[in-house]
Ligand binder design. Structure first.
Ligand code: MN
Ligand code: MN
Length: 470
């Protein structure tokens, strides 16, 4: 082959074929610095926002500091926040155009898989005190055994007093754990079983103490010790657990991962990687062309049911309020939503080199290759998913190009392998254009999820481009 022919073929290949772009190859020194700086702030957010309630509080704190005012209080202003029941948050930035011409929405979720306490959680057995749990969302139960755990949440007393509690995060705090069976005795009960059956949900009991109160004559004296301690410390009684929301999460902070510190390891990155990106993007939004909303939803991990979830009427109510405040007719709510463009910001499973057999590698997202979007998700046969319109996907490609966002198209696993859903389909009901777009993760849904700092930053860049693009 002659040199000129080789050049021609190379030119043809470059022009016609897709070549995945590694963020690290693309980034100039300023971008590298921005990627690392973003990672530092992101880890702080993860540590402050381990539950949906904590995420809402942290988002509200940051929004207020940046001049956002309370929409519910009716304070006028171009930037507002709406804290719904302390579990769902909506930030808005008014745009130049009328709302009836459509909105820009980035919708994420702020709940993560965990263990919730039952209504009557406290008991003792074999002279030890325990709490009973019911797991929340899709967990692999074995991952929650034999590791330090923290308790975060609230207890509402019958008189309405709220006790907020975080224990297990500070170095001086005690932690808790779910004990696992020693391997010596686990052959029949665990090792010979299917992984899905080896650990029973009813055995996810959290060890919380071993001191007794009184003497041998005292009934349930280990449980009694614990209840006395809880009364002294928090002023609560056993019955107060009935109106409590206490969540057991992995103890400890998010960490840099790898000698090169290019990755972040930590709990709850599904979906707080996208939540933080959405927060940063909307906080930084100058007066945009279209009114922009960042929606931080609860209950995605359990199917988006309930009044703080994406299936609720909350968005419609907010849009009506915004229309009224802008002097537009609330009747335009439906028109506004139908004319809207949205990104459903949620993570996706990255190609795992140890388990390539579950991925279809041409269509799998890869760590380090930027923010990943899915045209559709769901499972075998494209059930239970939004399938974004080609016209809209084309527009997203265009704006990502314009704003130097490094992106990839990625899908979760082989066609018949399993699958998963996002909130995109619940927002699509309103008629808006919507595309799934978020950070690829390894060890997704585990107590220690892994993200690339490059992809985290590109997720933020993607949402920022989306809010700013005309
Ligand atoms: Mn998610
Ligand atoms: Mn999830």
């Amino acid at each position: 082959m002659e040199a000129s022919e080789k050049d021609q073929l190379k030119e043809l290949r470059d022009r016609l074929m897709v070549s995945p772009r590694l963020v690290w190859d693309q980034a100039d020194p300023a971008t590298l610095e921005a990627i690392m700086a973003y990672g530092e702030q992101y880890k702080i957010f993860l540590d402050r926002a381990k539950t949906e309630r904590e995420a809402v509080a942290e988002i509200e704190r940051q929004a207020k500091a940046r001049g956002f005012v309370d929409l519910a209080a009716g304070i006028p202003g171009p930037k507002t926040y709406y804290n719904y029941k302390g579990k769902t948050m909506i930030l808005t930035v008014r745009g130049r155009r009328p709302l009836s011409e459509g909105l820009r929405l980035v919708a994420v979720h702020i709940d993560s898989p965990r263990l919730d306490l039952k209504q009557y959680p406290v008991y003792e057995d074999t002279d030890l005190a325990f709490l009973k749990t019911h797991y929340y969302g899709g967990i692999k139960k074995y991952q929650w055994l034999a590791r330090p755990l923290a308790i975060h949440g609230v207890i509402l007393k019958a008189d309405g007093t709220k006790v907020e509690l975080t224990i297990g995060e500070d170095h001086s705090d005690p932690v808790f754990t779910v004990c696992d069976l020693l391997p010596h005795l686990a052959r029949k009960l665990q090792m010979d079983k299917k992984l899905s059956e080896a650990i029973e949900g009813e055995k996810l009991n959290v060890l919380v103490g071993s001191l007794p109160l009184g003497d041998k004559e005292t009934k349930e004296r280990f449980k009694l010790y614990l209840l006395k301690h809880l009364e002294e410390k928090y002023g609560i009684r056993e019955e107060d657990f009935i109106s409590a929301e206490l969540e057991i999460v992995p103890a400890g902070p998010a960490r840099d991962l790898g000698w090169d510190r290019s990755l972040v390891g930590g709990y709850g990155q599904d979906d707080r990687s996208c939540a933080y990106a959405a927060l940063e993007a909307i906080l930084a939004a100058p007066e945009p062309e279209y009114t922009s909303l960042a929606l931080f939803y609860d209950k995605e991990e359990v199917g988006s049911d309930g009044n703080t979830a994406a299936k609720s009427c909350l968005l419609e109510e907010i849009v009506e309020t915004l229309l009224e405040r802008a002097g537009e007719s609330p009747q335009a709510r439906r028109r506004s939503l139908m004319a809207s463009l949205a990104l459903s910001g949620d993570v996706t499973g990255a190609l795992d080199p140890d388990y390539p057999e579950v991925h279809e590698k041409r269509n799998a997202a890869r760590l380090g290759y930027g923010v990943a979007f899915h045209k559709y998700g769901g499972s075998g046969g494209k059930y239970n998913t939004n399938d974004a319109n080609a016209e809209y996907v084309a527009w997203i490609r265009k704006i990502f190009q314009e704003y130097n966002v490094v992106w990839q198209a990625g899908q979760l696993g082989k066609v018949d392998e399993g699958g998963g859903g996002t909130i995109a389909k619940y927002l699509a009901i309103h008629g808006m254009e919507i595309l799934d777009c978020g950070t690829p993760l390894l060890s997704m849904h585990s107590p220690f999820e892994v993200a690339s700092k490059a992809d985290l930053y590109m997720t933020f860049k993607a949402y920022q481009a989306f809010f700013n693009a005309i």
